[in-house]
Design a protein around this ligand. Structure first.
Ligand code: NAD
Length: 510
C-alpha cells in the first residue's frame, strides 16, 4: 500500500481502535491492570485534539506494587547468565521490528511527530536493544589490579530496581534508549511514561509481557506529582533516570534525597549552532534547518540559537528565510509533512506566547510568528499547528535566546569574532549540545575545547553513535548515556582485595 495521508490514517485507525475501546492502565509484575484508585483522563491527539482513548492515572498504591514487583524480580534477573539475557533482549528487538509499522503510526498520532521521522523509530530502538544485548554478557566484568602481596579485582553488579521517567517529545525512542541498557546491566525497571503520550510505552509493555520474566519490566501511567513523585521516593528504587525539563530534575533530586538515590538527568537545552564565514554554506544551511525544524523543534538537541558570523550573515539569513517559509506544515501522518502539530494545547500556547515576547524584546519576526487556524483539507483547525518561525536581529539577552521554547522557532544572532561566538554560545544556563560550522580545523578544535556543552558536532547535524557518551552540562543534565557510560550508571563497582598469603598481618593483643 502506498503511503498517503489517507492510507496512513486508515492503518493508524485500525491500530488505535483497541485504545479507544478500553482504557489503558499499567503493567505490573507481568500483568496488565487498571490498578487501584486511579483516575481516568482522555489522551488527546495533537492532530485535531480528539480523544485517542482513556488512560488511567496511577496511584501511590500502583507505584508501590510496581516497585515491589521490580524488587522481587531483581535477584533472578541480575543472576541470569549474560548470554541468556542477551538472547531475551534480541527477542525484544525482533518484536520491535515486527511491530515497526504500528509503533510509527501510533506514535505519530499520539505525539504529533511527522511520520517521515517516526518510520525508522522502531528500527533504531531495536538497534539500541541489540547493541546492549550484545554487551550484557560482559557488563559485570571488571579490572584486575595487582600489588606485590594482594590482587584487587573489580566486578560490576546491577544497582537494583531503577525508575525510568520519560517525556513526550519522542517517547518511544527515549524510553528504549533508557530501558535497554538498564535491562542489559541486569536491573529491573519501573517505567513512568509521559502523561501526554502513553501509547508507545503500552506497546513496549506488551512486548515485555511476551518476552521477559514477570516483574523485570513494570510500567505505571500517571502524573509527575503522584506517580513520578512516589517512584522517586520509593526505597526499593536505587537509581532514577529522567529525561525531562531542568525544573523536573530539581524536583526529583529533592524527592530522592531521603533515600540517597543515584540520579541521571537528561534535561533541557538552548543549543547554539555557530556558522562561521568560511563554513560550507549549503551543508550548514541544510543542517540549521534540519536541526531545528525536524521533530517539530521538540527535540532536546535542537539548535534553537543560530549564531551567524557577520561576513555571511545577510546571505545566510536570506537563504534561511526562504527555506523556513517553504517548510510543509501538516497532519503528522501525511508523508509530505515536515512540521507536524505540537504535542498538546498547553505546550502549543507556551510556544505561541513567544511570538509576542519576541516583538516586545525588539527582535524581527522574519518568518512565521502565528498559529495556523485555517483548515486546508490536509490538517484540521482544531489541531496544534504553528507556522515555522524565524526571529532575526536578536540579541543573546532576549528571552527568545535564553529560554527553551521547544517548538519550530529559531532565534538568529549575529557575531563578529571567534571569541564573541564562544562567549555567546556559553551565555546560557544550559550546556547540552552545540554545532560548529567552519572549514578551519584549528578553529574547530579550539571551539571543541571552549564551548561548554556535553556534545559538540563539527560540520554535522546531530549524529548518534550508540557507544559514544550522550548528555549535558550545567542545567542540561547529570551523567552520560551510551555504551559503557550507561553501565556505569546502572551498576555498582565492587572491589575485592585478595591476599596472596605472604604478608604479615598486624597483630594486636597477643
Ligand atoms: P517534564 O519534565 O515536564 O516531564 C518529564 C517526565 O517527568 C514526565 O513523565 C513527567 O510526568 C515527569 N515528572 C514531572 N514532574 C515530576 C516529579 N515531580 N517527579 C517525578 N516525575 C515527574 O518534561 P516534558 O515537558 O515531558 O519534556 C520536554 C523536556 O524534556 C524539555 O525540556 C526537553 O529539552 C527535555 N528533553 C531532554 C532530552 C535530553 O536528552 N537532554 C531529551 C528529550 C527531552
Amino acid at each position: 500500500m502506498s503511503d498517503t495521508l489517507q492510507t496512513n490514517l486508515e492503518r493508524a485507525t485500525a491500530y488505535l481502535e483497541r485504545f479507544k475501546a478500553n482504557p489503558i492502565g499499567h503493567f505490573i509484575n507481568g500483568q496488565f491492570t487498571l490498578g487501584q484508585d486511579g483516575t481516568a483522563y482522555d489522551n488527546l491527539t495533537p492532530t485535531d485534539n480528539s480523544s485517542l482513548g482513556q488512560v488511567i492515572a496511577g496511584s501511590v498504591a500502583d507505584v508501590d506494587a510496581a516497585c515491589e514487583a521490580a524488587e522481587n524480580a531483581a535477584e533472578a534477573w541480575a543472576d541470569m547468565p549474560g548470554a541468556q539475557r542477551r538472547a531475551l533482549l534480541h527477542k525484544f528487538a525482533d518484536e520491535l521490528e515486527r511491530r515497526a509499522d504500528e509503533i510509527a503510526l501510533v506514535e505519530s498520532m499520539d505525539c504529533g511527530q511527522p511520520i517521515r521521522f517516526m518510520k525508522q523509530a522502531a528500527v533504531r530502538g531495536a538497534a539500541n536493544f541489540r547493541f546492549f544485548a550484545d554487551k550484557a554478557a560482559e557488563a559485570q566484568n571488571g579490572l584486575a589490579l595487582h600489588q606485590a602481596e594482594h590482587t584487587n579485582y573489580t566486578i560490576r553488579e546491577p544497582i537494583g530496581p531503577v525508575g525510568i521517567i520519560t517525556p513526550w517529545n519522542t517517547p518511544f525512542m527515549l524510553s528504549t534508549w533508557k530501558i535497554a541498557p538498564a535491562l542489559a546491566a541486569g536491573c529491573t525497571v519501573v517505567h513512568k511514561p509521559a502523561e501526554l503520550t502513553p501509547l508507545s510505552a503500552f506497546i513496549l509493555a506488551e512486548i515485555a509481557e511476551k518476552v521477559l520474566p514477570a516483574g523485570v519490566w513494570n510500567m505505571v501511567n500517571g502524573f509527575g506529582e503522584t506517580v513520578g513523585k512516589r517512584l522517586t521516593e520509593h526505597p526499593a528504587i536505587k537509581a532514577v533516570a529522567l529525561v525531562g525539563e531542568s525544573a523536573t530534575g530539581s524536583h526529583i533530586m529533592r524527592q530522592g534525597a531521603a533515600t540517597l538515590k543515584r540520579m541521571h538527568f537528561e534535561l533541557g537545552g538552548k543549543n547554539p549552532v555557530i556558522v562561521f564565514d568560511d563554513a560550507d554554506f549549503d551543508r550548514a544551511l541544510d543542517a540549521v534547518v534540519f536541526m531545528l525544524y525536524s521533530l517539530n523543534g521538540q527535540r532536546c538537541t535542537s539548535s534553537s540559537r543560530l549564531l551567524i558570523q557577520k561576513g555571511i550573515k545577510a546571505k545566510f539569513i536570506a537563504a534561511l528565510e526562504a527555506r523556513v517559509a517553504n517548510l510543509r506544515v501538516g497532519h503528522s501522518l501525511d508523508p509530505n509533512t515536515e512540521v507536524g502539530p505540537l504535542v498538546a494545547t498547553e505546550h502549543f500556547n507556551k510556544v505561541i506566547s513567544y511570538f509576542d515576547i519576541a516583538q516586545q524584546d525588539g527582535a524581527k519576526t522574519a518568518v512565521g510568528g502565528y498559529r495556523i487556524t485555517e483548515p486546508t483539507g490536509e490538517y484540521s483547525a482544531q489541531g496544534n499547528y504553528v507556522c515555522p518561525t524565524l526571529f532575526t536581529e536578536a540579541t543573546n539577552d532576549m528571552r527568545i535566546a535564553q529560554e527553551e521554547i521547544f517548538g519550530p522557532v529559531l532565534t538568529a544572532i549575529g557575531f563578529e569574532t571567534e571569541e564573541e561566538a564562544i562567549a555567546l554560545a556559553n551565555d546560557t544556563i544550559y550546556g547540552l549540545a552545540g554545532y560548529i560550522w567552519t572549514e578551519n580545523t584549528g578553529r574547530a578544535m579550539r571551539m571543541g575545547r571552549k564551548v561548554k556543552a556535553g556534545m559538540l558536532w563539527v560540520n554535522s547535524e546531530n549524529n548518534r553513535n550508540l557507544p559514544s557518551p550522550f548528555g549535558g552540562m550545567k542545567m542540561s543534565g547529570i551523567g552520560r548515556d551510551g555504551g559503557d557510560w550507561s553501565f556505569d550508571f546502572y551498576m555498582e563497582t565492587k572491589n575485592v582485595c585478595v591476599a596472596h598469603g605472604t604478608h604479615r598481618v598486624p597483630t594486636l593483643g597477643k
